[in-house]
Each structure stands twice: as C-alpha cells, then as structure tokens.
Ligand binder design. Structure first.
Ligand SMILES: [Zn+2]
Length: 98
C-alpha cells in the first residue's frame, strides 16, 4: 500500500513539475519575443549612421583590404594614420616599420 502511494505521489509530482516547466518555458518565449522587438527597431534606426561612417574607407597597408575609419585597429606613425582590418595586420605593419 505504501509503495502504491509513493508511485501515485511521484506521478503527481512529475505532472505538476511538467506543468510548471511548460508555463515557465512559455513565459520565456513570450519574454524573448517582447525583448527582441525593441533592439531590432534600434538597429534599423542606427543603420544610416553606420553607412555614413562606412563611407570613410582607408586601405589596410598590409593586406589591401579597405577598412572603415571607425576601426579600433589603427596606428599613427610619422604623421600618418594607418588603418588595419585586424590586430594581426596592425602588428605585422608595426614590425615592418621598425
Ligand atoms: Zn589586413
């Protein structure tokens, strides 16, 4: 009798846990949809500004790639500013310049 009671209690616990999990997962999905909407709108608003910045391109002296002026990989040497596509190219060019 005790074993049967334990089995029934276990089944009830599983059913309750499943119901809670399902409702929590639905809550996450809804929260995800709500949270993902505003950033998309913000990205669309930010796009024109990025296009203006991307118009200012500089040639990477190492690999020849054209790089936006906003790149974090840049170096000033002998009054010139060099722009690089990556930290690898920046380091290569710095070594070559020595
Ligand atoms: Zn490069």
């Amino acid at each position: 009798m005790r074993a049967l009671l334990e089995v029934v209690l276990t089944i009830i616990a599983i059913v309750i846990a499943r119901a809670i999990l399902t409702s929590v997962m639905r809550g996450f999905v809804n929260a995800g949809r709500a949270a993902s909407a505003p950033p998309q709108a913000a990205a669309q608003n930010a796009a024109p500004q990025q296009n203006i910045r991307a118009g200012e391109l500089h040639k990477d002296p190492v690999c020849g790639t054209y790089v936006a002026e906003s790149t974090p990989f840049r170096r000033q040497a002998s009054g010139q500013t060099f722009y690089y596509c990556s930290s690898d190219c920046k380091e290569k060019h710095a070594v070559l310049a020595r």
